[in-house]
Design a protein around this ligand. Sequence first.
Ligand SMILES: [Zn+2]
Length: 293
Amino acid sequence: MKIPNNELICPDCYKSLNITNNLFCKYCNRRFIPIGEIYPLLPSNLEESKLAENDAHVDMEWIKKPWKIPAFKYLDCLHHEEDIIPLLKSKERILEIGSSCGWASLNTKLCYPDSKIYVSDISLNSLFVSLSLFKYFKMDMETSAFPQADMENLPFCDNLFNAVYLWSTIHHAVDPIKALKEINRVVKKDAVLIVHGESAFSKPLKYIVENIYFRSEKKRAKQLGINEKKFTFKEWKEIFQKSNFHDFEMIHDRDLKFVKTFKQKLSYKIINHIPDNFIDKIGCAIHFIARKH
Ligand SMILES: [Zn+2]
């Protein structure tokens, strides 16, 4: 889909973009030249940790072999089907932020072919994989867009989307409050925001989790130079409260049937014996559903 002229703004000066031959900002003279079929719409002062995301989440081999995308193997799609798809029903414009290889957006498009799907990521490689996935499934490309975007400086005009979802993405933000404020800006009144696949811990456990349980994840993030953050339940609540999404629900995820590894299965077995009012003394996977008023 060619994103309509009036939907895009310059990620540097936040003024609307002109479409001449390419996208052009007449206010700061920045030109946005497409790479293949993707428009890079990133701010010019982007943090290095964000650029490092380019190679962190996809294998370029998936462009030719989409059936190798791990989400299909690991049943993440079923989780998406149960937790996210029902909330996106009858939504005209749906934005996914941090689409990675694009499987969740593809599933959304398969369920709601009449919706306009915006598949966004900060990683150009991720978008190339997403694009090939959509083409492999012979999706109507006229109603899908693949902009390269930074969640903390979204290149979209105000009040555009009816729904936004992020799958295990917001903890990669340098400033998650800024990212949520940006999302609040680009969604319409009554729009739904779904922040899926995050985790929360009690304060004492957060240290143990970061440094022992998720030691290899921390090491990988350091090697790649990307952001991998963990938050306590209290910190998550503050992030949402400060972001203008005051109406939000935090859901404790205890759904054993979708977890992947032995370590995760064992964790869930333990967590599922803890009553809901004690869970914030330990930790668990969480999702958020928020609305803009
Ligand atoms: Zn500009």
